[in-house]
Design a protein around this ligand. Structure first.
Ligand code: NAP
Length: 280
């Protein structure tokens, strides 16, 4: 496994497993399978309604806690110092652990400064090994980095072959923030797995289009957390370290970048209104 060092020296796996849209009743089995396959980084969130299932899997998997890297996120409705502080205790309880490896602010809405200050305090108390943000586009990220005591160490944003976030990546580098992808397959949108360029390159390396897409992100210094409920796909998604894309192939995939979201834009007023409504 390839690791990256966060700004505080904590080592984080560059590849893990995400549990968004996995029903609570399936999630424990999925996380146990993902860990069996070799994953040690698990990405959940308060809003996914499956932190308990992740906690059960952590307890049952037989892997020492210190070898796992657990990520969760504070939801918009828990924003603000006091609510965020209470929600961190809730997440620790649900995850059945005394510390979270990385806690992120899920969305840049509501009182995220208050949330961040609660996270800084929990970090100082040893309840969090690292802190960061998610869906912070360059404007919000620069703002936050300039006014907090402990800079965010990670920013998790939509990143895949059609939205490579090259400019945002440069800003993250400038502020010492590690780039983490969500939706590395754009959840299969845009005929992702049958894209002709990905398929052609995949054939050359005797790999799948999914593996080529993940490898592009890995070689671009992006942390990835593909989701699958199928163990064969988990195995495939984990098996990306025995080949290296050539510069020419990287360039060809790089050209697939459309530099826009396959889902929604955090700059679109309707999207912002929708997300804010979830926080009320
Ligand atoms: P994703 O990983 O881009 O795509 C998942 C989809 O791809 C599922 O339909 C899965 O199907 C399919 N798939 C997985 N591996 C495959 C393979 N090798 N071949 C063919 N199909 C494959 O989607 P995502 O779950 O949205 O993103 C990954 C993680 O990012 C999430 O689980 C979550 O942890 C995080 N996330 C964060 C945010 C945020 O706002 N911070 C937003 C979205 C996601 P099956 O499951 O049926 O196999």
């Amino acid at each position: 496994m390839k690791h990256t060092a966060l700004a505080n020296g904590v080592k984080m796996p560059m590849l893990g497993y995400g549990v968004y849209q996995i029903a609570p009743e399936d999630c424990e089995r999925c996380v146990l399978d993902a860990i069996k396959v070799g994953n040690r980084l698990i990405d959940t969130a308060q809003a996914y309604n499956n932190e308990e299932a992740v906690g059960n899997a952590i307890n049952k998997c037989g892997i020492p806690r210190e070898e796992l890297f657990i990520v969760t996120k504070v939801w918009i409705s828990n924003a603000g110092y006091e609510k965020a502080k209470a929600s961190i205790e809730q997440s620790l309880k649900k995850l059945q652990t005394s510390y979270i490896d990385l806690l992120l602010i899920h969305q840049p809405f509501n009182d995220y400064y208050g949330t961040y200050r609660a996270m800084e305090d929990a970090y100082k108390d040893g309840k969090l090994r690292a802190i960061g943000v998610s869906n912070f586009y360059p404007d919000r990220l620069i703002d936050l980095c300039n006014f907090v005591e402990i800079k965010p160490m990670v920013n998790q944003v939509e990143t895949h072959v059609f939205q490579q976030q090259k400019e945002a990546h440069k800003i993250m580098d400038k502020y010492g923030v590690k780039h983490m992808s969500w939706g590395p397959f754009a959840e299969g949108r845009k005929d992702y797995f049958s894209n002709p360029v990905l398929l052609e390159i995949a054939k050359k390396y005797n790999k799948s289009s999914a593996q080529v897409a993940l490898r592009l992100l890995n070689q671009s210094d992006v942390i990835i957390i593909p989701k699958s409920t199928h163990i064969e796909r988990m195995e495939q998604n984990f098996d990306i370290f025995d080949f290296k894309l050539s510069e020419e192939d990287m360039k060809r995939i790089s050209e697939l970048d459309e530099s826009e979201s396959a889902f929604f834009s955090h700059y679109d007023p309707e999207t912002v209104e929708f997300l804010c409504s979830l926080g009320r």
